[in-house]
Design a binder for this molecule. Structure first.
Ligand SMILES: C[S@@+](CC[C@H](N)C(=O)[O-])C[C@H]1O[C@@H](n2cnc3c(N)ncnc32)[C@H](O)[C@@H]1O
Length: 311
């Protein structure tokens, strides 16, 4: 089984790699597909630093199946992209010609029952991408009170049934711990029916995963850190997979492009913002029908790219 099929790979490298001898950062190594595609566009002077906080992504680069091989132009680091201010020397002093963030999960993570990301398999309710994190999804379901759970489901899953669901789970956990994906699925289906639970379970699992990994916090800090570290003329490419992520990326990109993103109101004067970036495609880019067919997981993807314009 392939570890992960990279999404919009050609579209990413066409826009990201503008200087073959430059230094690039892949903040989400995963199966290494995008990293490989970037390296294929670099010359002998080019360098790539690739991060992933999941040890599995790094283990996958050992042995014969390693996608990056023994390419001496690559350095790998186990670090969250939200912690770019903790890059060790010599990277801490570097400016990058291009940075890629391909958010979310790899196919390997989704399809490994032990990781607990998918309700289609039975496994421990874990969902930590970085297993050095202290709390997994089962811990959140045990420790948070009903209101905190409802809040989490509403904010990160945009679930209209957030309160009902929180009440249901708090009741269910008094009977038996909610510590496996199978148990959680069974409780939800018991209340909402097998058919009615499909999208509800997806959103519930999304909400838990976002909370466990502080994904939106990582994204906010990752965007800021990546933009700060871009060389003049450098490019930042971000692939998102749902609207909560995409809204944040769009808002940050517009701000850097000098656009006042607030809703028009006669009470708010239009802000004069410095223009620090140029947006490549205003609405971003989505995969074509052929890619969606070949790789259904690419269907919800949206790529946004900007270029830093100031010194
Ligand atoms: C969609 S996959 C990336 C796939 C990769 N572009 C490829 O071509 O195979 C996302 C990867 O990013 C990692 N990841 C997600 N959030 C991260 C974060 N905040 N810091 C570092 N890695 C992260 C996940 O562990 C996962 O391996």
């Amino acid at each position: 089984m392939t570890y992960h099929e990279p999404v919009l790979a050609r579209e990413v490298v066409d826009r990201l790699v503008t200087f073959p001898g430059g230094l690039y950062l892949d903040g989400t190594l995963g199966g290494g597909g995008h990293s490989r595609a970037i390296l294929d566009r670099l010359d002998a002077d080019g360098r790539l630093l690739a991060l992933d906080w999941d040890e599995d992504a790094h283990a996958n680069q050992e042995g014969e199946r390693a996608v990056l091989g023994r390419d001496s132009r690559v350095s790998l680091l186990r670090l969250g992209f939200g912690d770019l201010d903790r890059l060790p020397a010599p990277w801490d002093a570097c400016r990058f010609q291009g940075v890629l963030l391909d958010l979310g999960l790899s196919s390997h993570q989704v399809d490994t029952p032990d990781r607990g990301f998918a309700y289609l398999y039975d496994g421990p309710l874990d969902m930590r991408m970085d297993r050095r994190l202290e709390r997994g999804a089962a811990d959140l379901l045990t420790e948070l009170d009903e209101r905190e759970l409802a809040d989490l489901f509403f904010r990160y899953g945009e679930l209209p049934e957030a309160r009902k669901l929180a009440r249901l789970l708090v009741q269910a956990r008094t009977e038996r711990a909610l510590d496996t994906t199978g148990r959680l699925r069974q409780v939800v289906e018991g209340r909402f029916g097998t058919r009615g639970s499909f999208s509800l379970l997806s959103r519930l699992f999304q909400a838990l995963r976002i909370a466990v990994n502080d994904e939106l916090g990582q994204l906010e800090r990752g965007l800021e850190g990546a933009f700060q570290r871009l060389a003049p003329g450098g490019r930042l490419a971000v692939i998102t997979y749902h609207s909560l992520e995409d809204r944040r990326v769009k808002a940050s990109f517009r701000l850097w492009a000098g656009e006042d993103d607030r809703p028009r109101s006669r009470h708010l004067p239009v802000r004069e913002l410095p223009v620090r970036a140029r947006l490549l495609e205003r609405r971003g880019l989505v995969p074509g029908a052929e890619e969606c067919e070949r790789n259904p997981r690419s269907r919800s993807a949206r790529l946004r790219v900007l270029e830093r314009v100031e010194a």
